[in-house]
Design a protein around this ligand. Structure first.
Ligand SMILES: O=C[C@H](O)COP(=O)(O)O
Length: 252
């Protein structure tokens, strides 16, 4: 069964960006109407910029989101923000399970699933990240690890409209290294099959992004791989020119 999936290019700014970075985002918003029919765009700035970016995109269609959320709606959780707060700030999406959260903050699949459920509760699109480490790939366990993360992190209530999967091999993030096209194809086919096994035909409609050192120079090749429905971009999403070049490669 073939299902048409609109490409999605998402920019994760991580802990980069001050109020002075707004012109880059404003440039992205300004260029978006011309490509809006062909690609969805999301930008995940640091939480400090969420409201101002949400205000800047209003009406233009670029979805702004947060890089993480707490599973609870409110409570005594110093430093955390809830999915409801993201929605209240004008956000439409949230990343959960990024490898920098899984690694640096020891987040488990169980916690990530709870965060993804919080996203659904707050009517945010949840971008759920999975991906193996270098050791896991070298020892031939990449698919096993990705399969376990998918099974553990995706809520049963996931749907193609509310959840996006992002495959990001940890060793490719910020390193300039990327898997071969064959490796990307193999992992994305595996993810697609796992989604179809769990969610039936609906599994074929989920968007699965590739992330890890995506740049304007390699985007066309990576985004042309079967079952790659877009990209989750880190470093190259900070500048409008490179981010828009990647967005255009998603439908070229
Ligand atoms: O969330 C984005 C990824 O971690 C990729 O980052 P990168 O494009 O800088 O390698």
């Amino acid at each position: 069964m073939t299902v048409a999936r609109k490409p999605l290019v998402a920019g994760n700014w991580k802990m980069h960006g001050l109020a002075s970075s707004a012109p880059e985002f404003v440039q992205m918003v300004g260029a978006y109407p011309a490509i809006k029919d062909k690609v969805d765009l999301m930008v995940f700035p640091p939480a400090t910029l969420l409201t101002s970016f949400a205000t800047a995109t209003r009406g233009a269609g670029v979805i702004v989101g947060a890089q993480d959320c707490h599973p609870e709606a409110s409570g005594a959780f110093t430093g955390d923000i809830s999915a409801e707060m993201v929605r209240d700030a004008g956000g439409g999406a949230v990343i959960v399970g990024h490898s920098e959260r899984r690694g640096d903050h020891r987040e488990t699949d169980q916690l990530i699933r709870a965060k993804a459920k919080a996203a659904l509760r707050a009517k945010l699109i949840g971008v759920v990240c999975v991906g193996e480490t270098e050791d896991e790939r070298k020892s031939g366990r990449a698919l096993e690890v990705v399969g376990r993360q998918l099974a553990g992190s995706l809520p049963d209530e996931s749907s193609p409209e509310t959840i996006v999967v992002a495959y990001e091999p940890v060793w490719a993030i910020g390193t300039g290294l990327t898997p071969t096209v064959d490796e990307v194809a193999e992992t994305h086919r595996f993810i697609r099959d796992e989604l179809a096994r769990r969610f039936g035909d609906t599994g074929r409609a989920f968007r699965v992004l590739y992330g890890g050192s995506v740049k304007p120079g390699n985007a066309a090749e990576l985004l042309a791989v079967a079952d790659v429905d877009g990209a989750l971009v880190g470093g190259a999403s900070l500048k409008a020119e490179s981010f828009l070049a990647i967005a255009r490669a998603a439908f070229a």
